[in-house]
Design a protein around this ligand. Structure first.
Ligand code: PEP
Ligand code: MG
Length: 591
């Protein structure tokens, strides 16, 4: 196919993995078979048709098994995603319903599969939970693979690509992305997907630029079109003119030089100009992201969102499964700390098998610690796994959504009981771990002094603290304009919590998104936050910002802004004062 007419087009999507690359487009058609035939089969042939379907499922499974066993060493951690795909082949919803459909409607297997997938798709897409919505792509990948064997269509073989290209796809499955060879693929972009999609996770792991959620990229881009992928800003430019090309080539060179400089520096401690050291750590959702924390110079893991290990499956993980994954992370990070947050499900992260019976307002419902205290077996399994992993390194535990002392005391009691049960069974563990409380609900801020008596550190979760303090649903676009960490109410809350922690001589950390934005560094430093945790890619930029500041100046700056009445004013003043530091970082957005 000829490239599109050389007219420059700019597309905007979600920057899922940072970096800039320029190259030729290579379209991969994830849809595989476009036209699915429909025909009826004789009632006495339905058993044959069902067998044809089952045979295709077996072939597709074998195919996937081969991909799993041939995965390169450095992508072995992705096998659990593919193992989940293997489970999906036997899933009642997909497999059982397709068989029933052939049986009842007497139609061919391809048509039955297509119809069932369509039904599952609309069921998932009407869900509010973004993560679950994105899981529909797993089902599509599996059905594509079965469809391939039913129809004998060609599949993409990314591993066969023999030129340096930028992949363009409607979607890429983990199996597709696991075939990516870094020396061939410069970057990739997709129509669908978001930051929490597996594709995004793999892009970040591979450290290649990626922009997802572009909606219609595959309709606009043709093979061999020249593309610019800017994963920092989520921008894709098709057929750039000479001026744009030169501009982005320069940006690319500057970005690469900048990244390698700050990443090199990032392995040193974050020491302020007047000699104070703060700990800059990474947030992870999955154990494999630990690599990114280390590569970016993280001083530990300040937030391990443990619930992601419970997603994408049909039942709770066992104690051993959890322990095994925790131990990996803990051993790799030792002697640096790994802060494992106990299960924070429901709210905006529902699990299909731990349903609350459709709460009207799940964000205010049986979420996080509330769920765990009402489901002691689930909680106990996780607590035991954490205590066992603690024998292999530096583990801290963090309880989410604590609203009062009774809850915290009860959580502590459960932890003690878990330790006692391990001792009684003679299982190796470490009961002596630091206990932290997420400060993410206004009541916790107000009674911080009481909570401090029962814990070793606070970790401020600004994502929820802003949501609950300012009454802003954090996933509602309509009120997103109100969502600002520099809101005076939030700054005062952070100040209060930090002061209490200092007075009570306990640790004070922040793991909400506020901590990962360099413009907030002077304020957080001035407020006395000593531990920060963020998306691993933000670590080098934040460490760099810390090095350029003195604590005394940061404290003076906080005095200046603490009585200002709007987030805009605070933001403007911070930018005026610290623009020198900010502008020196190419990745930092100005607004
Ligand atoms: C927070 O609420 O700030 C936080 C870090 O937790 P999560 O984003 O997982 O709710
Ligand atoms: Mg939270």
């Amino acid at each position: 196919m000829l490239p599109t007419e050389a007219k420059e087009i700019e597309l905007r999507g979600i920057g899922a993995s940072p970096g800039i690359c320029i190259g030729k487009a290579y379209l991969v058609d994830r849809e595989g078979v476009k036209v699915v035939p429909k025909y009826f089969v004789n009632p006495d042939r339905t058993a044959n048709e069902i067998n044809r379907f089952k045979k295709a499922v077996i072939e597709a499974k074998d195919d996937l098994r081969q991909i799993i066993s041939g995965m390169p060493e450095d992508l072995q951690h992705q096998t659990n995603i593919l193992e989940t795909h293997l489970l999906l082949f036997d899933d009642k919803m997909l497999f059982g319903r397709t068989v029933d459909f052939i049986q009842n409607d007497k139609v061919n297997a391809e048509w039955a599969l297509k119809t069932v997938v369509g039904q599952i798709k609309s069921m998932f897409q009407s869900m509010e939970d973004q993560y679950l919505k994105e899981r529909v792509s797993d089902i599509i990948h599996v059905s594509d693979r079965i469809m391939h064997y039913l129809t004998g269509a060609d599949t993409i073989k990314i591993s066969d690509i023999d030129k340096r290209v930028i992949l363009v796809a409607r979607d890429l499955s983990p199996a597709d992305t696991s075939q990516i060879q870094l020396e061939r693929i410069k970057g990739f972009l997709t129509d669908v997907g978001g930051k929490t999609s597996h594709t995004g996770i793999i892009a970040r792991t591979l450290d290649i630029p990626a922009v997802l959620g572009l909606v219609n990229a595959t309709a606009l881009i043709r093979n061999d079109d020249i593309l610019i992928v800017d994963g920092n800003d989520g921008v894709v430019i098709i057929n750039p003119d000479d001026k744009t090309l030169v501009e982005y080539e320069e940006r690319q060179v500057r970005y690469q030089a900048y990244r390698s400089r700050i990443t090199r520096e990032s392995h040193l401690p974050a020491r302020t100009a007047d000699g104070h050291i703060v700990r800059v750590q990474g947030n992870i959702e999955l154990p494999e992201e630990v690599v990114s924390v280390i590569d970016n110079g993280g001083d530990g893991i300040g937030l391990y969102r443990s619930e992601f290990q419970y997603m994408n499956r049909t039942d709770f993980p066992s104690e051993f499964e959890l322990f095994d994954k925790y131990r990996d992370v803990v051993e790799v990070m030792a002697p640096n700390p790994v802060t494992i947050r106990t299960l924070d499900i429901n709210g905006d992260k529902a699990l299909s098998y731990a349903n609350n019976g459709n709460e009207v307002n799940p964000v205010l419902g049986l979420r996080a610690i509330r769920y765990c205290l009402q489901n002691p077996e689930v909680f106990r399994t996780q607590l035991r796994a954490i205590l066992r992993a603690a024998a292999f390194g530096n583990v801290r535990i963090l309880f989410p959504m604590i609203t009062g002392c009774a809850e915290l005391a009860e959580a502590r009691r459960c932890l003690e009981e878990a330790a006692e049960s391990l001792s009684a069974e003679g299982v190796e563990h470490n009961p002596d771990i630091e206990i932290g409380v997420m400060i993410e609900v206004p009541s916790a801020v107000i009674i911080a002094d009481q909570l401090a008596e029962l814990c070793d550190f606070f970790s401020i979760g600004t994502n929820d603290l802003i949501q609950y303090t300012l009454a802003i649903d954090r996933s509602n676009r309509n009120v997103a304009y109100l969502y600002d960490p520099l809101n005076p109410a939030i700054i005062r809350m952070v100040k209060h919590v930090a002061n209490v922690a200092h007075r009570k001589k306990i640790g004070i950390a922040m793991c909400g998104e506020m901590a990962g934005d360099p413009i907030h560094v002077p304020i957080l430093l001035g407020l006395g936050i000593t531990e920060w945790s963020m998306n691993p890619h933000a670590i080098p930029v934040v460490k760099r910002m810390v090095r350029g500041l003195s604590t005394i100046d940061a404290q003076k700056f906080v005095k200046e802004i603490i009585d200002l009445t709007s987030a805009e004013e605070i933001n403007r003043l911070a930018r005026e004062r610290f623009s020198v530091h900010i502008n020196s970082g190419l990745v930092i957005k100005q607004e």
